[in-house]
Design a protein around this ligand. Sequence first.
Ligand SMILES: [Zn+2]
Ligand SMILES: [Zn+2]
Ligand SMILES: [Zn+2]
Length: 341
Amino acid sequence: MTISGFKIIECPYCTKQYKSRLIGSFGTYGAELYSDGYISSCFIPESLDIIKCYNDACGNFFRGKEAKVVAELDRDDFNNPLWKDTIYLGGYQINAIELEEALEQAFCKTKDEEIIIRTMLLHRYNDLVRYDRSLDFSSYEEEKSLTNIGRLLALLTIDEENINRMLLRAELFREKGDFDYCIQTLQGLKTDSAFILKRIQKIYSQAKIKDSKVANLNEAAIKKEYQCDQCKKSIIVFDLDKLNSPYAYQYYRCVQENKVFTAPSKHKNPKKSYQLNFWQKLLHIKKPYENFILRKNVPCNHCNSPETELFTPSKQKCIECKSGSYTPVKWFDVELKDIIS
Ligand SMILES: [Zn+2]
Ligand SMILES: [Zn+2]
Ligand SMILES: [Zn+2]
């Protein structure tokens, strides 16, 4: 991102002034991309869409883009004495509490405005677990986030021509735990864009392992094919390390059906738990407790049989002939046709 200069803008309600940067250009090279459409903020400043006035007596919300511009400054004129003490917005980012407040005050006049603000709110809630997937929403945050997701889904009506909208719908279904709807929404999407394909693949793979947290697209969703060196039968599994699941998903084999399935290998620690508050999570000032403990006797998620065993192809005998060993033969990304079938 390059800064081409600065501008002085004014709150339309109380005329308090702010200094904000003018962006010359920005690229997404090296940026972190996420399944909820968020791109790390130092590259693309979504934040100036809405500002809460710092003036306590005012406190109104206004749009940075629509605010009156009082002056424009050159790149090297940041310290211009006239506006030396003006609050600099820099990488200003409105927080979830303020966005909720703006929505309550009926800041949005149209459906499209509400979609923008609620998408920002989605990003703010997801920020709580975005950079540290071992964290969880508190029950309060979860309730708030789910309410926002529900409202967004109602606003984002189905429009198959609009792939970004359909992808966001799929992601919202995934984040609220409707994994089947998520996969259904992804089916039939077509794209030539490598970036969109990456997002489809990631949302799909996380839905497949029933993970509802926001996910980093740069961590690939790669599948691996193993082949038995004796009977030559092969098996395709997700590379679970790459799916960075908070519940540490594992493959298990149901002994009765000789079938492989995925399930979380851990569950929430019911003891010695405490909730981190919003700021503790956001600023990483307190470590989470040991959230998860190992599950014992994971039942088959198909026939419910308790007779299951961990399935790690690289470490065990072939499940078909019971004597051969598996060797990886192929790594590949999820393809669109896998999602469609
Ligand atoms: Zn104001
Ligand atoms: Zn075999
Ligand atoms: Zn079974």
